[in-house]
Ligand binder design. Structure first.
Ligand SMILES: Nc1ncnc2c1ncn2[C@@H]1O[C@H](COP(=O)(O)OP(=O)(O)OP(=O)(O)O)[C@@H](O)[C@H]1O
Length: 263
């Protein structure tokens, strides 16, 4: 894996014949960094990610991977460079964990060539990394939500992407696996863009954060700057405060409903 920079320039998207639901999103993330995308329900996080993994074509603006226009390359070339882990799990429940992970090699195969020894080694390494070593033969449909999520991260790693896009990667994971998966991704030579609902995790683990509100980008930058209490309050329509805990020195957010929202 060799990480590549990803950038978005003035992105806009909306459904056919509908109004734009995402507007004016721009950021530039250097290779190997982690970008968190945060915002309230319906703010446009998944929509932005879909533009970054070439599911939606932007109405205007451009996504570049390593300087190359994402829509200027073939879909196969794009699949070798960008992998995505999505909220919706696949429905191929009869496949085993190992078979699902192997699907990540498809963009790298030539024609009908079958998987080689290197492909097998990559699959086994990814399963071990995600703590799935003992589950290779299990049918996907029999796994817990968190195990399924880890299988999908393993499949994405098997793809050996330059950029990894994750839509809420931690929503089924227990606290230990949340930390393990996000720390592990930071340790890889890959650029990560992830949506997150937990602002404390975003603050601790992301190099840069984009804050969306009603389809607009209201802040972008290092967490210290982008996640200030007033931006959080605006994005989530709450009263927010940010404190530095002693002696750990870690930052923690707390929230409450604004007085006018209380009944
Ligand atoms: N294809 C579509 N056609 C019409 N509206 C859409 C489409 N995709 C998304 N939307 C709308 O755009 C808005 C943003 O949706 P999106 O899924 O990006 O939000 P989100 O920030 O990921 O939300 P959540 O935190 O609830 O997952 C929502 O109001 C959604 O209903």
């Amino acid at each position: 894996m060799t990480a590549a920079a990803i950038s978005a320039t003035d992105l806009a998207w909306g459904p056919p014949r509908g109004p734009a639901i995402l507007n004016g999103v721009s950021f530039a993330l250097p290779a190997g960094r982690t970008l968190g995308v945060v915002g309230a329900n319906g703010a446009g996080k998944s929509t932005l990610l879909r533009l970054l993994y070439r599911y939606h074509r932007p109405l205007s603006g451009m996504v570049r991977i390593g300087g190359d226009d994402l829509w200027g390359m073939t879909s196969r070339a794009a699949a070798r460079r960008v992998a995505a882990v999505l909220q919706d799990q696949p429905t191929d429940f009869a496949l085993t964990v190992r078979e699902i992970a192997r699907l990540g090699r498809v963009p790298h195969r030539n024609g009908l060539a079958s998987a080689g020894a290197r492909d097998g080694a990559i699959v086994e390494a990814a399963l071990r990394r995600l703590d799935l070593g003992g589950l290779g033969q299990r049918r996907f449909g029999t796994l817990s939500g968190g195990e399924k999520q880890r299988v999908m991260v393993a499949r994405a790693l098997v793809q050996e992407p330059q950029v990894l896009i994750l839509d809420e990667p931690t929503n089924h994971l227990d606290i230990r696996h949340q930390l393990e998966v996000l720390e592990m991704l930071r340790g890889l030579d890959v650029t990560v863009v992830t949506s997150l609902h937990d602002l404390n995790l975003a603050f601790d683990l992301c190099d840069e954060v984009v804050v969306l509100s009603r389809g607009e980008m209201i802040a972008c930058g290092p967490p210290e700057a982008a996640l200030d209490a007033s931006t959080v309050a605006r994005a989530f329509a709450v009263t927010a405060s940010r404190e530095r805990l002693e002696p750990s020195g870690r930052t923690r957010f707390t929230y409450s409903l604004a007085p006018s929202d209380r009944t």
